[in-house]
Design a protein around this ligand. Structure first.
Ligand code: G3P
Length: 230
């Protein structure tokens, strides 16, 4: 599964990248309002990061019509290059822009997906990713995980190359279940990355290791006991 960090703060992306194996980071218009940094400065830092790491950045267009979306996609692609995935909304103008962006050779994610059909239409339009919003789907009385399960199966049956990028999580359980149903990618907050690997039993075991070691060997480290060669 591909893992992305869902955040505007590039320092936080770098910190997650130091600890975990990730594929890049995702932004959206909401996320880009949650920073006090000038966006032009941030965008330069985003570009430095993707150039250094070879990872992917997702940036969403803000235009309302297909023409404006394609124009923004061209300009975003000119700035970020092929490591960019352009996010287009799952509305009529977004699908229209998707076809045109694919003809231009850009990678595309159809986002704010809330149904299987929206995802299937994204795949049909050549999108590289379709991004269902899990918690938003749950909040409208449906089942986000079940929706992803259906989309993954429908893509498989259709032989679609489009990947499902799960977004909008409230719990680790949602991420866990998406992995089980074969979701191809998720985008999650830095805090969620830490929660994915947190386990109280691991902490108990670690306390046990540390206590036993300290009692017998004090402050020495395992490498202090390596014999000196020759
Ligand atoms: O990637 C989508 C995500 O940012 C949506 O977040 O908080 O609306 O569930 P939220």
């Amino acid at each position: 599964m591909e893992y992305y960090v869902d955040i505007a703060d590039i320092g936080a992306v770098r910190a997650v990248n130091e600890a975990f194996a990730i594929d890049g980071f995702t932004t959206n218009p909401n996320i880009l309002t949650r920073t006090d940094r000038p966006l032009s400065e941030l965008f330069s830092e985003y570009r430095d990061y993707i150039r250094q790491t070879g990872q992917t950045i997702f940036v969403q267009v803000t235009a309302g019509d297909a023409e404006g979306m394609v124009d923004q996609a061209k300009r975003l692609h000119a700035f970020f290059g092929d490591n960019l995935v352009v996010k287009l909304p799952a509305i009529r103008e977004g699908y229209k822009a998707c076809k045109r962006c694919k003809a231009l050779g850009f990678r595309v994610c159809v986002t704010v997906v809330h149904s299987t059909m929206q995802a299937l239409m994204a795949a049909k339009a050549g999108a590289d990713y379709a991004a269902p919003y899990i918690s938003h789907i749950d909040n409208i009385g449906a089942d986000g995980v079940h929706c992803v399960d259906e989309i993954v199966k429908a893509f498989d049956r259709a032989g679609a190359a489009c990947k499902v990028l799960g977004a909008s999580f409230r719990t680790v359980e949602q991420v866990d279940k998406l992995a089980i149903v074969g979701c191809h990618a998720v985008t999650i907050t830095p805090e969620t990355f830490d929660m994915l690997i947190a386990h109280p039993s691991t902490d108990v075991s670690m306390r046990g290791f540390n206590k036993a070691w300290r009692e017998k060997y004090g402050d020495k480290q395992v490498t202090d006991f390596l014999p000196t060669e020759g």
